[in-house]
Design a protein around this ligand. Sequence first.
Ligand code: NAP
Length: 346
Amino acid sequence: MSQKIPVAVLGATGSVGQRFIQLLENHPWFEVKEVAASERSAGKPYKEAVNWVQSTPIPESVKNLTVKNCEPGLESKVTFSGLDSSIAGEVETAFASKGYAVISNSKNHRMDKDVPLLVPEINPDHLQLVKYQKYNGGLIVTNPNCSTIGMVLALKPLADAFGLELVNVVTMQGLSGAGYPGVSSLDIIDNVIPFIGGEEPKMESEPLKILGEFDPTGIKNIDIKISAQCNRVGVIDGHTECVQVKLKKKASIEEVKKAWINFSAEPQKLKLPFAPENPIYYFEEEKYPQPRIHRNLDKGMAVATGRLREDKLFDYKFIVLSHNTIRGAAGGAILCGELMKAKGII
Ligand code: NAP
């Protein structure tokens, strides 16, 4: 039996970092050997540095690890990053330049020409970009923004089958998306905040690259227009999105549902450990999907769609829901790592 790949989690104390630690417990291919965070945490045992808010206990194998500084010099050559974006850019560049593989959730490198913005079910071919990176044997692969991932998974089968022209989306995003401790209770209880810094431009630009075509000189963006409005709501985990689409080719409601239900891609073919059995579930019940009920669907890695109906302005409107720290962050990045291992990149 081959040995597991030792990995380090950068930003291990944060909202996404904790999810990495939780989800990587007993992972068949990866084993968390090192944890790193800011100077505030470095030098402490992980269990003292972290304010653990997951529903399962801190894994035994991690709780006594000493938190390290986020500096190259770690023994694990594969790193999962949940670093704050204020420092992720330079730290991830430093690691990649010293030969590490960095799989990141942060925004900083997502739009770099030679960096894949990877959703394994959608654009596994974009991984070829790492061949063109100038990181001295190291590499950077990124995961999209948490609200983008759910939406693009629902859009991909429609883009393939009918073509897309226009997308309008209004989000209701969970609190864990703001990191820990995030939004203060006095701001969010009995309230909705109609602004999330930087979120709308990300939702309007990232899907163009993800759904774009591989080219060695940089991905050729898909030619669609997206308009996004993002709101923070008092839900702990789960981003719910109201989406409207205009298609290039006419399609019936049944054809759209079929495109979602039959959607299956490379991670499912390869039976990657974190791949959901079905990337997309469609719910016929009018009141579904709901974050509290559906966010953990298929290990928290699937997206739930529902309420597909004709739209007077566009062609169709529907709801999509996904787990922001699992599919939208740590789980999605682990799936990227699994695809990279299956392809011999790490
Ligand atoms: P978070 O809870 O605020 O955690 C940030 C992490 O970065 C902590 O481990 C923190 O360590 C570390 N850190 C902060 N300053 C540092 C420094 N100067 N040097 C080294 N480490 C430092 O944030 P989060 O929600 O987990 O998000 C992490 C990243 O993932 C962000 O870039 C975010 O945009 C992205 N993301 C988040 C989500 C989500 O749903 N939350 C989804 C997708 C992507 P200390 O504890 O020691 O301060």
